[in-house]
Design a binder for this molecule. Sequence first.
Ligand code: 13P
Length: 250
Amino acid sequence: MGKYIIAGNWKMNKLPSETYDFVKEVAAKNASASCEVVCCTPYVCLSEAVRAAKGTNVKIGAENLHFEDKGAFTGEVSADMLKDLGVEYVIIGHSERRQYFAETDETVNLKTKKALEKGLIPIVCVGESLDEREAGITMDLIAIQVKKAFAGISAADAAKVVVAYEPIWAIGTGKTATADQAEEVCAGIRAILAGLYDDATAKAVTIQYGGSMNAANAAELLAKENIDGGLIGGASLKADDFAVIVAAAK
Ligand code: 13P
């Protein structure tokens, strides 16, 4: 459906001094990838990551941004700052940011609009907790998250957004959603987008799965019709494992 994108989310791992060599290793192992390969790194690693990715097919992303252009926002980083470094992607609304850093559907929307305005590709994360899944409200919750994230965004811009479906109960737990569970929600997300926009826009959006995706389970997940890639945490920190996942995205 959408363009295949395999993105690593390093989270708060790896040092700036480790970044150049690691991104070079990722680039070497994925030089003939048939999908887009992205490394999303901590802010302090970005300039080394961009330097290492230059002239390769690896793209670099940040893990967050602020929605204002500039000003008195101590500790924050703007879209212009990321663009100035040569960053192309940005993760928005990861469940860890929603849980620990008070990210809301409203700030996710503001950040998504700012990223699009500035020419960054947003990777917008949505996903349900175990309680919500067990209560049978997964799709209701996902619908709210998707509708709020895309509020006020044109169809032309919406087609550039990457949506990452990351069930919270599957993140870092080793508990992957089954391929059928992941496909069901990703197909649901595409249907929500078709309702908000139209079929062509919904088909253009890359929908990733994330949550304990690894070298062993990636092929089955990525074979599903509505799963156009992955957002990979732990396995993106090991270049060999990450390369197996990239190779599975055909
Ligand atoms: P893990 O692959 O470590 O479960 O993390 C998934 C994730 O949160 C990616 O954003």
